[in-house]
Design a protein around this ligand. Structure first.
Ligand SMILES: [Zn+2]
Length: 301
């Protein structure tokens, strides 16, 4: 695969050249009397010039911390705080700048602008797929697809206080990257939904290990699109989904340590060849798994 520049300008590239993945945004309430909330970003990529602003990127994940007694709202939507006051916020493929509002227990408010850097996505043409997998027809198949997508949606609603993501992520499988987050897919000549996974090409039967600790929230051996499908919840709405598996070695409800063997790579469901398709969600928002393991320092290899 040829090198791909994910960014529209060299200026952005230089801002983002360092390895960053979990950005740490520390929000400290110094004195409620002054309504002083101090912001400090430990994100090497963030824009340090403006102290009242921090930055992320489309597909990125921010880790924040504030007093546990505070309330945090992202664009007016309440965010779950852990008992230690830490929280995460994810930004989707087309996310725009956002506003974080922090409200202390005495009612003092502070807003924080979050700049979300825009990315350019590549266009992927895939031909030769079975027509029925590109344009499924028939009541039974459409119903099956709906039932399966509900199972996945429900698993991704899991809101568990665990914070397994804090220890960082490792690659779940080894191999060439054959597909990246956000790419616009043109299947058999027809524009389709973007691809949200990170595809790692590997032979059928290759190991899939847990990129972070978590709890298994979904095991399905044969979904129409994704074949053998596994979801691992890392806490606070952050989950990993693994698709096209040939074998799943864990059970729903099972607690998994980072690095533990989960499954085997396959080519089940709608796949042109054996690979692992790894996805990261913050609830229903789809994030870029590569940012968690690799930063943006390299091209798509
Ligand atoms: Zn894929």
């Amino acid at each position: 695969m040829t090198a791909i520049n994910l960014f529209p300008s060299t200026r952005l590239l230089s801002q983002l050249s360092t390895k960053v993945v979990l950005t740490y945004l520390v929000i400290t309430c110094l004195s409620s009397l002054q309504a002083a909330v101090q912001f400090k970003s430990l994100n090497a990529n963030s824009n340090a010039k403006n102290k009242n602003s921090t930055s992320s990127i489309q597909g990125g994940l921010l880790l924040g911390k504030t007093l546990a007694t505070n309330k945090v709202l992202l664009d007016n939507k309440p965010i779950r705080l852990a008992t230690d006051g830490s929280f995460i916020i994810g930004f989707g493929r087309s996310a725009k700048d956002a506003e974080l509002r922090i409200i202390t227990d005495t009612g003092i408010e502070k807003t924080q602008a979050i700049n979300v850097l825009t990315r350019q996505y590549k266009i992927d043409r895939i031909d030769g797929l079975p027509p029925a997998k590109v344009n499924p027809k028939g009541k039974a198949v459409l119903k099956r697809i709906k039932v399966e997508s509900t199972l996945v949606k429900n698993a991704r609603k899991t809101d568990h206080p665990r914070q397994d993501f804090k220890a960082g992520f490792i690659w779940p499988s080894k191999g060439r990257i054959s597909g990246v987050y956000g790419s616009q897919r043109i299947l058999n000549g027809q524009p389709k939904w973007p691809h949200y996974g990170l595809d790692i090409a590997a032979p059928v039967g290759a190991d899939v290990i847990a990129p972070a600790s978590g709890v298994v929230t979904l095991v399905h051996l044969d979904m129409y699109y994704s074949g053998g499908t596994l979801i691992l919840d890392h806490g606070q709405g952050l989950s990993s989904t693994f698709l096209h598996l040939s074998e799943i070695l864990v059970k729903p409800g099972q607690t998994i340590e980072r690095g533990e063997l989960l499954a085997k790579v396959g080519a089940t469901g709608r796949a042109t060849g054996p690979h692992l398709d790894w996805r990261i969600n913050w609830f229903s928002i789809r994030l870029d798994p590569q940012l968690l393991v690799d930063g943006l320092s390299q091209d798509a290899r």
